[in-house]
Design a protein around this ligand. Structure first.
Ligand code: AHM
Ligand code: MG
Length: 317
């Protein structure tokens, strides 16, 4: 089954389907750009150099943002907020949908040919002014998902009927259904955290990780393995397929007292997908989807994955 058949099977909202199709087409273009060595050479540099025409050469994540805007402005969307934009873009129309995106997640992995991706979240405008529409709670999401540009180009998506996995059929330029309803294994013995920040962790994170590291001899009575790709989309993909727990907690570094990841276009869309796949997503205290949003670029701690393991982590809060 292709993405368009899936959308007509589960949604009678034509505008929502059109937006998701636009996002899929944008992702196909981003995916091709990433694989185009000439564009890659022009875009990889994050330093602002000038090309022979005197234009500023743009890093790839700005290109991804531009591709999304190009597709979304021709779709039934009234506003767009992204990691690459300070405020939101007002498309100046009366459509009832708004879109949040992290156009290219995993920036630090772009140069090293490791999986990166595009994360999105779709909400209704709900007759609110755009300023208000963009600070709705994650529980108001109508759809969310992420594309991964890796060995395969994949899409994890939810429109509120479970989480489905698609992979790009490059001959047809369409996303083909791989699994209709993903269920994350309840238990796991694999955790993902950037352990280099251990000295900045609070006692809850430290104790939880220590217990995992103590393995069979410790209170958990089992051995754990550790994985950390450093692209949220890649770490999340692994957890959807074989379970695990991902932790990017708040820590004592000045900038990250509220965590590092962004609530509206990273934590919320991932949390919606995770809950639809029977996993859990929390900031330590509360479900991510219930967190109040003050501003588009707000940070949040993000802990998600196998339900029993997330509950185990929460015991320390
Ligand atoms: P980005 O959106 O600028 O790429 O930042 C988000 C990324 C996530 O993909 C990843 O989980 C995290 O940053 C890695 O952070 P760190 O480098 O601190 O390990
Ligand atoms: Mg990101």
């Amino acid at each position: 089954m292709y993405l368009n058949n899936y959308l007509s099977k589960y949604s009678n909202e034509n505008d929502l389907s059109l937006i998701i199709t636009s996002l899929a087409n944008a992702a196909i273009e981003i995916s091709k750009t990433i694989r185009n060595i000439k564009k890659v050479n022009n875009n990889f540099s994050t330093s602002k150099t000038l090309n022979q025409d005197g234009d500023v050469q743009k890093p790839l994540d700005i290109t991804a943002d531009e591709v999304l805007i190009d597709f979304l402005k021709k779709s039934p969307v009234s506003g767009y907020a992204s990691e690459e934009q300070e405020g939101f873009i007002d498309f100046k129309n009366n459509y009832n949908f708004i879109v949040f995106a992290d156009p290219l997640d995993g920036s630090s992995n772009i140069d090293v040919n490791v999986s990166i991706g595009t994360i999105f979240s779709i909400m209704n405008k709900n007759e609110l002014a755009l300023e208000k529409a963009f600070i709705q709670k994650g529980s108001n999401q109508k759809a969310s998902g992420f594309f991964v540009y890796g060995p395969q180009t994949t899409l994890f998506i939810t429109i509120g009927h479970g989480t489905a996995l698609f992979a790009l059929d490059e001959l047809k330029n369409q996303f083909y259904l791989i699994k209709e309803k993903i269920i994350i294994p309840k238990s796991t013995s694999e955790f993902a955290i950037n352990a280099a920040y251990q000295r900045f962790w609070n006692s809850a994170t430290s104790k939880y990780i220590q217990n995992c590291q103590d393995g069979e001899e410790g209170p958990r009575k089992k051995n754990f393995g550790m994985r950390w790709v450093g692209s949220l989309v890649a770490d999340a993909s692994r957890i959807f397929i074989r379970g695990g727990i991902f932790l990017y907690p708040a820590d004592n570094r000045k900038k990250y007292k509220e965590g590092r990841l962004r609530l509206t276009y990273e934590a919320n869309p991932i949390a919606f997908l995770i809950e639809e796949a029977k996993g859990k997503a929390t900031d330590g205290n509360e479900s991510i989807l219930n967190l109040e949003v003050r501003e588009i670029h707000q940070r949040s701690p993000l802990i998600f994955g196998s339900s029993e393991e997330v509950l185990e982590f929460k015991k320390f809060y």
